[in-house]
Design a protein around this ligand. Structure first.
Ligand code: ADP
Ligand code: MG
Length: 582
């Protein structure tokens, strides 16, 4: 007997379903796309238990007749294309005719639908791909799809799903993306009865940004609109005054379809070149309108991957489009109050070092003798009675990034951020181990908005964060209140940096899949935010303190918590060799 058998219809259906329906969010995506294709102007999504229990999508689109409703969940049935030629000029989001069939194969599906022309609607129930019931029903024009018990008949698949809150995060992510693109559609998303997103129809994308991300961000967005030949790029992008630690806030569409495309990410990075520090990303939402025949969307069943026939042209229009809009804005780099003070302090000190007499002279004429004497005392105190004994003599700071010091045997180049990060890391580690973290209540608690897909993730972390002295409460909507933070952070980080900290935290791999991140990971993130930045001008006193603490407080002064060096030594011998002195 041969070994090959023909697979049963049931097995084939489940295999095919797996390609389209990976998780609850894929169901939501397919259902939203169908509602959009059906010209809906309101799409309400109600989710129970992360979508594993139930997903309900209600739209006010064109609806289906009874015949169409019965065909809709069969495989390869579509109203959107007819011939092979149509495949090369696709204008709808769907066309493969397999989404509803795939969903029906792995869930208990109910379709309730009515066209405007008909008086009475149709209700269809399908379980595991098998039609169970068809009956007339009174309902409004439009379509309601209810998907219950996803993967009830594919237990293996169910096992691979993450926690309900993680799965819901993915759903919120999808709804966010579509509500940015379809301005004329009112999107609403609830989870277990709680309203998570409400994004009414509006005229401008910036309004949508304020519905989803909050006003703070919306106020810092500018419009992008660039046309070239048959291409157009439009959307919004953030001023360089705000930025994010991850690419999570870059959302790109091509002809109204969400895509994750490396070429587009590179073009956006390039547009912000030198405008944002390395490792920082903008908030960008753009749509590329391109003749359908110049792009191939039929690469993968989920349609998330695409291929441009002329990638260079697309790259350039995205890059130039964004960059031109940015440069047109007045992008005065804003120096913060803190930086200004540091610069002033440093200049005063340089004057003191260069010519103490000059200070005496000028101050005599301006302020009188008394003051001058005080000044001289100050000068003596700072310059000649260092509080921190260090093994090295500090020569100065280079590029506001490196401290240069010597012990007459070597020159030491210290990375100020890496060194301070090591110090803060060990200080905080110690506080944490000894259970005596100094936490400081904020006089004015920070209200922070997080992206809707991150709400549940952050809620899961709140108790854990308290053990690190970070006290955050859920406020409602997508807002959280930061009440206290470790003193160590408070001394250095601005409100924006604390926001960044939370953003970065929510992008950790562990957090994304619903696990608690490792203690060390949190401590090193706290250390990073509590450390003096590269680019910050430092007074002599501050530099001395860093070097003093690096050697007196840390067990390992020579690398930062990420393993990068903090200090580089150039030996005298090496200098001799370099200058060809033997
Ligand atoms: P596709 O979208 O690729 O055509 P689907 O399996 O997603 O395939 O849907 C099959 C058909 O069912 C669609 O072509 C459309 O005619 C109909 N349909 C699905 N959802 C809706 C809806 N919300 N409103 C109206 N018609 C719908
Ligand atoms: Mg579809």
């Amino acid at each position: 007997m041969g070994r090959i058998i023909k697979l049963s219809e049931d097995v084939i259906k489940k295999i095919a379903a797996g390609e389209v329906v990976e998780r609850p969010a894929s169901v939501v995506k397919e259902l939203i796309e169908n509602s959009i294709d059906a010209s809906a102007t309101a799409i309400y999504i109600d989710v129970l238990g992360g979508g594993l229990k139930q997903i309900k999508v209600v739209d006010n689109g064109i609806g289906m007749t009874k015949e169409d409703a019965l065909l809709s969940f069969e495989r390869y049935t579509t109203s959107k294309i007819k011939s092979t030629e149509d495949l090369y000029r696709i204008t709808t989001l769907g066309f493969r005719g397999e989404a509803l069939a795939s969903i029906a194969a792995v869930s208990r599906l109910t379709i309730i639908t009515r066209t405007k022309e008909e008086k009475i609607g149709t209700k269809v129930i399908v379980e595991g791909g098998v039609l169970k019931k068809v009956e007339p029903i009174g309902c409004k024009p439009g379509t309601t799809i209810i998907v219950k018990d996803l993967f009830f008949n594919v237990p293996v698949r169910r096992k691979f799903l993450k926690s309900p809150s993680t799965e819901f995060g993915h759903i919120a992510d999808i709804v966010t993306k579509y509500s940015f693109l379809y301005l004329n559609i009112h999107f609403k998303l609830t989870h277990n009865g709680r309203l998570i997103i409400s994004s009414p129809a509006s005229k401008s994308l910036i309004d949508k940004v304020s519905f989803i991300y909050g006003n703070d961000i919306a106020l810092n967005m500018i419009n992008v609109d660039e046309k070239k030949e048959r291409l157009r790029v439009w959307g919004v992008t953030s001023k360089p005054s705000i930025s994010r630690a991850t690419r999570d806030y870059i959302i790109t569409f091509v002809n109204g379809r969400y895509v994750a495309n490396a070429l587009l990410y590179r073009a956006i990075d390039e547009a912000y070149f030198t405008l944002l520090p390395e490792g920082r990303y903008p908030i960008t939402i753009i749509n590329i309108e391109i003749p359908p025949e110049d792009v191939d969307v039929n690469i993968h069943p989920t349609k998330r991957e695409i291929r441009f026939h002329n990638p260079d042209i697309v790259y350039n229009i995205v890059k130039d489009g964004i960059r031109n809009c940015l440069l047109r804005e007045k992008l005065q780099p804003e120096i913060s109050e803190k930086q200004l003070h540091a610069v002033e302090a440093q200049q005063i000190e340089v004057r003191k070092v260069k010519s103490p007499k000059e200070i005496i002279d000028t101050t005599i004429t301006e302020k009188g003798v008394q003051t001058t004497l005080v000044d001289i005392h100050d000068f003596l105190k700072v310059e000649h009675m260092p509080k921190f004994e260090t093994p090295w003599r500090i020569l100065g700071q280079v590029a506001n990034v490196f401290i240069i010091a010597t012990d007459d045997d070597s020159i030491y180049i210290i990375d100020q951020h890496a060194a301070h990060e090591r110090i803060q890391f060990e200080k905080f580690c110690k506080e944490y181990k000894e259970n005596r973290i100094k936490s400081q209540e904020l006089l004015e608690p920070y209200m922070i908005d997080v992206a809707p897909q991150k709400i549940e993730l952050l809620k899961n972390l709140l108790d854990y964060l308290k053990t690190f002295g970070i006290d955050i409460d859920y406020f409602g909507g997508n807002t959280f209140i930061v009440r206290s933070v470790p003193v160590i952070i408070k001394e250095i980080a601005t409100k924006d940096e604390i926001k960044d900290f939370i953003d970065e935290l929510l992008s950790l791999e562990d957090v994304k899949v619903g696990r608690l991140p490792k203690e060390k990971e949190i401590i090193s993130m706290i250390a990073c935010k509590s450390a003096i930045k590269a680019g910050e001008p430092l007074t002599m006193e501050k530099m001395r303190k860093i070097i003093y603490e690096l050697f007196s407080l840390t067990e390992n002064p020579f690398t930062c918590p990420h393993g990068r060096p903090t200090v580089i030594e150039i030996k005298k011998k090496k200098l001799y060799r370099l200058f060809k002195r033997s």
